[in-house]
Design a protein around this ligand. Structure first.
Ligand code: KIV
Length: 266
C-alpha cells in the first residue's frame, strides 16, 4: 500500500516549486491508471454531470451521485489526494446544510477534501468546514455552477473590477483556511498575480502556466469527445478515433464470422 498524499504534501509542493498535477476521475479504471501513473491529486468533479451523465451543465448532479463516484475513486487508489466536488444545491441554501452535506460526503467516501465554487459569499461556510475538520479547496473565475447567472462559459475577470474582486476573493478564501484554489478560465497575468499573492497553491485550468499546478478533465485530455475543442485543452490522445475504429472493426469481424478465431475458442 502506498502512502496517500495529504494537504501538507500539496502545500509543500508549492513551497518547493514542484508543480501539482491534478486530473478528474469518476470511475475505477481511470482512477486506478492515473494513481499508478503518479498523479498527485484526483478531483471527482461535478463535471461528472456533463462528461459521464451527458447533461449540458453541472447543475443536475446530486450529492448521492457524487458520493457514489467519489467512493469508487477513493477505493481504487492508494496514493493520490482525492477531492470531491460539492454539487450545486448542496451548499447554497445555508451554512448548516453545506456542513451537513460535506460531513456526509467525507464520511461516506473517505475523500481528503471537498471543493466549493465562489469567493466572499462562501467564506462563512469555509470557516465552518475548517472548524469541522474538513479541508476545503476553493474555485474562482469560471464557476460552472453559476452558468445560469452568467449565461456563457467565456473567459472571466478580463475587466479591472472583476480582476480586483477575484484577487480579493482569493485572499479571503486563504484567510478562511482553504488548502488550495482552482482558477478556471482567467487571463494568465491575473492567475500569476494571485499565485504570487497567496501562500496556498493555485491549480489552473485555462489560467496559464504560472499557477502552482494544472488540472484537466480526463476525457478532454484523452480526446474522447470529438465536440470538445477548448483552447486550453491539450489532447494527449485521440481515443475517440481509437474507440470508434475498435467498435466498427469488432462489428465487421462478428458479422463476417472472423471473431472469435479458433485460438480464441475453447
Ligand atoms: O468539475 C470539474 O471537473 C472541475 C474542474 C474543471 C476544475 O471543477
Amino acid at each position: 500500500m502506498g502512502k496517500r498524499k495529504t494537504v501538507k504534501d500539496i502545500y509543500k509542493m508549492k513551497k518547493q516549486k514542484n508543480k501539482i498535477t491534478m486530473l478528474t476521475a469518476y470511475d475505477y479504471q481511470f482512477a486506478k491508471i492515473m494513481d499508478k501513473a503518479g498523479i498527485d491529486v484526483i478531483l471527482v468533479g461535478d463535471s461528472l454531470s456533463m462528461v459521464f451523465q451527458g447533461n449540458t451543465t453541472t447543475i443536475p448532479v446530486t450529492v448521492e451521485q457524487m458520493i457514489y463516484h467519489t467512493k469508487i475513486v477513493v477505493d481504487s487508489t492508494e496514493k493520490a489526494f482525492i477531492i470531491a466536488d460539492m454539487p450545486f444545491g448542496s451548499y447554497q441554501v445555508s451554512v448548516e446544510k453545506g456542513v451537513e452535506n460535506a460531513v456526509n460526503i467525507m464520511k461516506e467516501t473517505g475523500c481528503n477534501a471537498v471543493k466549493i465554487e465562489g469567493g466572499q459569499r462562501v467564506i462563512p461556510l469555509v470557516e465552518q468546514l475548517i472548524l469541522a475538520g474538513i479541508p476545503v479547496f476553493g474555485h474562482l473565475g469560471l464557476t460552472p455552477q453559476s452558468i445560469n447567472k452568467f449565461g456563457s462559459y467565456r473567459l472571466r475577470a478580463r475587466k479591472e473590477g472583476e480582476a480586483y474582486k477575484l484577487i480579493n476573493d482569493a485572499v479571503l478564501l486563504e484567510k478562511a483556511g482553504v488548502s488550495g484554489i482552482i482558477l478556471e478560465k482567467i487571463p494568465s497575468d491575473l492567475a500569476k498575480e494571485v499565485t504570487e499573492k497567496i501562500k496556498v497553491p493555485t491549480i489552473g485550468i485555462g489560467a496559464g502556466s504560472e499557477c502552482d499546478g494544472q488540472v484537466l478533465v480526463i476525457t478532454d485530455l484523452l480526446g474522447i469527445d470529438e465536440d470538445v475543442n477548448f483552447k486550453f485543452v491539450r489532447k494527449y490522445a485521440d481515443l475517440n478515433t481509437i474507440i470508434s475504429k475498435s467498435v466498427t472493426d469488432y462489428i465487421s469481424d462478428v458479422k463476417e464470422s472472423k471473431f472469435p478465431s479458433e485460438e480464441e475458442s475453447y
